[in-house]
Write a protein that binds this ligand. Structure first.
Ligand SMILES: [Zn+2]
Ligand SMILES: [Zn+2]
Length: 371
């Protein structure tokens, strides 16, 4: 069967003939892959910056944002059945008995770093015709979300972040987590940095949770992102024409910043604009661009005097996938056109190298493996 494979040692990426997987345990299910989303992580793997093949393989099948259909289940599988649409989680536990996170099924908090990840680290990914997975790593997606279900995995980044945010903000007796009416006489205010898929989906999750949302992004020329932001009742401020001080004046006082650009320069400029008791959530992984100058005394003083929290978040547990599926359904009933318009291009698997090479003008590119 066809699979998109990255050969790190040869610095080569192409569609290969990959052996079709079979069930090897009674708790596994076999799926026909429908769609696989392409993100910055995939493009970095396709650019040979990281990405590790499984032991004994000279290539890695890429792809971690999946939507597939169950075609066969093992004798002990009870959670999914043939015909179900499913999204698989990405990270698998490390083998160490001492890692309490992995032993608890929370490999998103792995202590050792020896976890594996499908399509990223030592496990083949989903950009191929058929996959096999343990049922505990599968999440059922309702049929009516067929068109947008591939957005589940990128939405889990926001789901885990917002759960962490609400835990941190339980320190405030009035629980400033966006729930209108419970706040200190006003709605809580969020700034989203970046209008890529992670930023847009984060803005939707924050709007759904009741936050006032401002998206600050460099992609001023991208009318469709701007259109999506307005459609969900958020505000778009273009970074090219508005300084972070102007952003803060328009959006503040800022209770939460959801960073989804992976650029430390703008992130550390915006940290200085975080309001009292605010939380700054980092989700992007910056590339190495050399040192930048920031006034650390200034930042440290503000963090202390304003009770601020800086929080990093990566990967997501199964319950964040379930939350993402439920919230994707809520997004579709509230903003059907906006959600659909996040996916701007679909490519057949033979043309997968195109979105893997460059992001293109739209928001989200998807590889359509089968119909
Ligand atoms: Zn991704
Ligand atoms: Zn671990």
């Amino acid at each position: 069967m066809k699979a998109v494979a990255v050969f790190p040692s040869r610095r080569e990426i192409r569609v290969v003939d990959h052996p079709e997987p079979k069930l090897t345990s009674p708790t596994e299910a076999r799926m026909r892959v429908l769609e696989v989303g392409v993100c910055g992580t995939d493009r970095e793997i396709a650019g040979f910056q990281y990405g590790t093949p499984p032991d004994g393989s000279d290539y890695l099948v890429i792809g971690h944002e999946s939507l597939s259909e169950v075609v066969e289940v093992g004798a002990q599988v009870s959670k999914v059945k043939a015909g179900d649409l499913v999204v698989a989680t990405v990270r698998r536990p490390c083998p160490h008995a001492s890692c309490v996170a992995c032993r608890e099924g929370r490999q998103d908090f792995c202590y050792t770093g020896d976890y594996t990840e499908r399509g990223i680290k030592r496990r083949h990914g989903f950009m191929t015709e058929f996959i096999v997975e343990e049922e505990r790593y599968l999440n059922v997606v309702p049929r009516e979300l067929r068109e947008v279900g591939v957005l589940t995995e990128p939405l889990t980044i926001a789901e885990k972040s917002l759960e962490q945010l609400s835990m941190v903000q339980q320190r405030l007796p009035w629980a400033c987590t966006g729930d209108a009416g419970k706040g200190p006489g006003r709605r809580c205010r969020a700034v989203v940095l970046g209008a890529g898929p992670v930023g847009i989906l984060g803005a939707m999750a924050l709007r759904l949770a009741g936050f006032e949302v401002t998206v600050y992004s460099r992609s001023a020329g991208h009318a469709e992102q701007n259109g999506i932001v307005s459609a969900i009742g958020a505000r778009y401020i273009a970074a090219e024409t508005h300084s972070v001080e102007e952003l803060a004046a328009a959006a503040g006082p800022i209770d939460v910043v959801y960073e989804a650009v992976g650029a430390s320069g703008v992130a550390f400029e915006v940290i200085k604009q975080l309001g009292p008791n605010g939380v700054f959530i980092f989700t992007g992984v910056p590339g190495r661009k050399g040192p930048i100058e920031v006034d650390t005394d200034d930042i440290m003083r503000d963090v202390v005097l304003n009770n601020q929290a800086l929080l990093g978040s990566v990967n997501a547990p199964p319950h964040s996938f379930q939350a993402a599926i439920a919230h994707l359904g809520a997004f579709v009933s509230r903003w059907p056109d906006a959600v659909r318009s996040i996916i701007t291009a679909r490519f057949p698997i033979d043309q997968a190298l195109e979105p893997l090479a460059a992001p293109g003008a739209g928001t989200k590119s998807v590889v359509q493996v089968s119909l």
